[in-house]
Ligand binder design. Structure first.
Ligand code: TRP
Length: 330
């Protein structure tokens, strides 16, 4: 086809995307979409590993994430947005991978452990414990060279590399060992200043938040607790808003730091500036979101993307079956 290297990434459709997703990996995907042949997988089956009872919401979430992608700047003419459950070869490949992936490796996966704890899972479901294997199949079926993701995905990428290497050794070297690309800001702090930004922790600024929502959220964000009056010297190193200035407002960083330490800029003014900067970032996203408002347009994009992805998946699976000698009636 194009001779470009290929990217594959994905997200579970479990809710609106926020600034943490944006700086963690979305911005990389947008930047790289021209240079690479890019595939973005909406991992609806993987979403069921934690939300298995929410069939109806799943469809809305798929549309929601699609409009977030397009708003963030993914161009459907460059990047292929596709739906995991519709690419049935992925599940076939995952089954083959699962034959030689030890359960203990999955049990010790730090992201699996953290997520199990977060969701209060004790007796782990088979699908949940095994989703990194299916994720390896997501990546391998596209023969992706690069996978731009957030830091929490690194253990899954290590496993994917291992599974691919083993496949190539066992059968025939037809699969590509993927490289991981972690965003510059691998972990964006939440508005509460405690944990990373996350929808379930209710500390997130969403890409779809309007200027007034952004201001209300930033206004209530946790800052330096030792600073009560504007003239008190501030401690930017403990301030959530300063963390955001670091990420979103580099050009004013030094002056804000100095003014804060000298008690010259108050928290309200500093937050106002921060809200402005975030709203500037989000404004073009709101405009793009308007262009893709119609559900029919989104359906067309998903249908076409999924069709393109199915072609790639079919062709890889031909090679996989041939390598494994699981080919009948030829
Ligand atoms: N596990 C990823 C997440 O929770 C989503 C995902 C599914 C993914 N398949 C993928 C990421 C393949 C990268 C590549 O965000």
């Amino acid at each position: 086809m194009t001779g470009k290297k290929r990217i594959l990434t994905g997200d579970r459709p479990t809710g609106a995307l926020h600034l943490g997703h944006y700086v963690g990996s979305l911005v990389n995907r947008v930047k790289l979409q021209e240079e690479y042949d890019s595939y973005i997988l909406i991992a609806d089956v993987q979403a069921l590993t934690t939300h298995w009872e929410q069939g109806e919401d799943l469809e809305n979430s798929v549309y929601q994430i699609t409009s977030d992608y397009l708003a963030a700047g993914l161009d459907p003419n460059q990047a292929t947005i596709c739906i995991q459950s519709k690419i049935t070869e992925i599940h076939e490949l995952a089954a083959y991978f699962s034959m030689y992936t030890p359960v203990n490796v999955l049990r010790h996966n730090p992201t699996i452990k953290a997520e199990a704890q977060q969701h209060g899972f004790k007796d782990l479901m088979y699908g949940f414990l095994g989703y990194p294997v299916s994720q390896a199949a997501d990546i391998a079926i596209f023969k992706a060279h690069v996978v731009p993701v957030g830091e929490d995905q690194v253990p899954h990428l290590e496993l994917a590399r291992r599974i691919v290497r083993r496949f190539n050794d066992l059968y025939k070297p037809v699969l590509v060992e993927p490289e991981v690309l972690v965003g510059q800001v691998s972990r964006l702090v939440g508005l509460d200043g405690k944990a990373k930004m996350s929808k379930s922790l209710n500390n997130a600024i969403f890409l779809s938040d309007k200027p007034e929502d952004v201001w209300q959220k930033v206004r209530n964000a946790v800052t330096d607790p030792a600073r009560i009056h504007k003239t008190d010297p501030g401690h930017p190193e403990v301030c959530t808003i300063f963390e955001y200035h670091k990420v979103f407002n580099n050009s004013e960083l030094e002056s804000i730091e100095q003014e804060c330490r000298q008690g010259k800029i108050g928290c309200v003014a500093c937050k106002k500036r921060q809200a402005q900067v975030i709203n500037q970032l989000l404004e073009p996203m709101h405009e793009r979101r308007e262009q893709y408002k119609s559900r029919d347009i989104l359906t067309d994009i998903l249908r076409e993307g999924t069709r393109r992805a199915q072609e790639v998946a079919r062709s890889t699976m031909e090679e996989v079956r041939e390598a494994m000698k699981i080919q009948y009636f030829k």
